[in-house]
Ligand binder design. Structure first.
Ligand code: ARG
Length: 459
């Protein structure tokens, strides 16, 4: 029989019961629901809203329920509408009258709002820890490959020489921003809706500052209508996670390219690759592809949340129940991807020779050739034009800037001398890029140092 049977003349249609129920997915918040109830019951006792002895019994009962759920002794009742009803019903089953006092001065509307925040706060910490672990692996690899030259690309065309370390560090800084965004999201999430009641607070003399303190929130929310109906924190988190996934997806895309025979810059460890059911020669980067694919899923979760909220009148509406599957999916997906990408990158093999071979072929030192002439006094535009002619000549003659003779160079400009060979040497090209944030070893070391500092500060 339903809680609200008194008001109704009929039993609920079985279909409606299933349609309405959320226990199948909100059961994962059992710990947070109990935590919230313990704080609420403690406050009810301290303020004298219920007897202190009853409050203590309720707290003890809730702790036992928690232990029983965790040990597997108490299975969820899939017939219960949601986790809140399940735990309250179980408490009442165990404590009788006393259990029925827990819901004084509270509604499921403020209860669920506080549960999700408590749940997501923990998930965010886990995601940040996973992102940090990934960054640590990237930093190690960056250090190892601070001198490994490969072409940097624009438009996926070989552009200028960089190092693999420099390339990986770009992702480190993206991920550091992701962590920063999550920390920012936590700040706004850390405001407590409990005590907003169904929508209009309560006539009981509750102490919302006490419950906020007990649950580790910065403060209670300022407006009860906003308290029960705000899901900005879910949307914000899904937005932050979408950006994070976009970063992982870009990285995965590069992994897929680098694994191809056309690039062969890296090879994934056998444990992180898959074969084909028909083509015996295949070794596929499925993990990277799946991360790329799952990015769309997380974007979908963000869209679900935004669409769900866009025309909800104040205050609580049942539509809001749809928030959980979307945000849980986003959180689960991101955790899974971070957990998998980290060892995949840690164990991948880097083919330095293939990187340098690719670097040697694409005239990626052409800018340096033009810069050489500029440093000899030519205006950059003229130097650029001459270098363009040299590149065209090389392509025609099947030569490179390194294999051209000095006479050939001089045929294009008398400003060339023997030093040009040093100037177009790829090592010189990279190590000369000493500008702040550039790919020279010195700059890569600096970036690693800054990233490590940022990681420590965030802890
Ligand atoms: N299961 C509900 C949810 O997730 C809890 C709140 C129900 N409130 C209500 N007035 N029906 O949103």
């Amino acid at each position: 029989m339903k809680l609200w049977a008194g008001r109704f003349t009929k039993e609920e249609n079985a279909l409606v019961n299933d349609f309405n129920a959320s226990i199948s997915f909100d059961c994962r918040m059992y710990k947070q629901d109990i935590q919230g109830s313990i704080a609420h019951a403690t406050m009810l006792g301290d303020t004298g809203i219920i007897e202190k002895s009853e409050s203590e019994k309720i707290v003890a009962g809730l702790k036992e329920i928690l232990a029983d759920i965790e040990s597997g002794k108490l299975p969820f009742d899939w017939q219960a509408e949601d986790i809140h009803m399940f735990i309250e019903a179980e408490l009442t089953r165990r404590l009788g009258e006393t259990g029925k006092r827990l819901h004084t001065a509270r509604s499921r509307n403020d209860q669920v709002a506080v549960d999700i925040r408590l749940y997501l706060k923990e998930e965010i910490s886990q995601i940040m820890a996973l992102a940090r672990a990934f960054i640590a692996v990237l930093l190690n690899k960056a250090q190892e490959h601070a001198g490994t030259i490969l072409p940097g690309y624009t438009h996926l065309q070989r552009a200028q020489p960089i190092t693999f370390g420099h390339h990986l560090l770009a992702y480190v800084f993206m991920l550091l921003r992701d962590i920063d965004r999550l920390q920012d999201c936590l700040k706004r999430m850390n405001v407590m809706p409990l005590g907003s009641g169904a929508l209009a607070g309560t006539t009981y003399p509750i102490d919302r500052f006490q419950t906020a303190g007990l649950l580790g929130f910065d403060r209670p929310c300022e407006n009860s209508l906003d308290g029960v109906s705000d899901r900005d924190f879910c949307i914000e988190l899904a937005g932050d996670l979408s950006i994070l996934m976009m970063h992982l997806s870009r990285f995965s895309e590069e992994i897929v390219l680098w694994c191809s025979w056309e690039f062969k810059f890296i090879e994934l460890d056998d444990a992180f690759a898959t074969g084909s059911s028909i083509m015996p020669q295949k070794k596929n980067p499925d993990v990277a592809e799946l991360i790329r694919g799952k990015t769309g899923r997380v974007y979908g979760d963000l869209t679900t949340l935004l669409s769900m909220m866009k025309n909800l009148p104040l205050a609580y509406n049942k539509d809001a129940q749809e928030d959980k599957q979307a945000i849980f999916d986003a959180v689960d997906t991101v955790k899974l991807c971070l957990k998998t990408v980290t060892p995949m990158v840690d164990t991948m093999r880097v083919y330095e020779e293939n990187m340098s071979r690719a670097a040697a072929k694409g005239f990626i030192n052409a800018t340096d050739c033009a810069d050489f002439l500029t440093k000899k006094g030519l205006p950059f535009r003229d130097a650029y034009k001459i270098t363009g002619q040299i590149v065209a000549y090389c392509i025609e003659q099947n030569k490179t800037l390194e294999t051209l003779s000095l006479d050939e160079y001089k045929g294009f400009s008398q400003a060339f001398d023997q030093d040009i060979f040093k100037a177009v040497d790829l090592n010189t090209c990279v190590q000369g890029r000493l500008s702040y944030g550039g790919p020279s070893r010195q700059s890569v070391e600096k970036q690693i140092e800054l990233a490590k500092k940022a990681l420590q500060q965030g802890e």
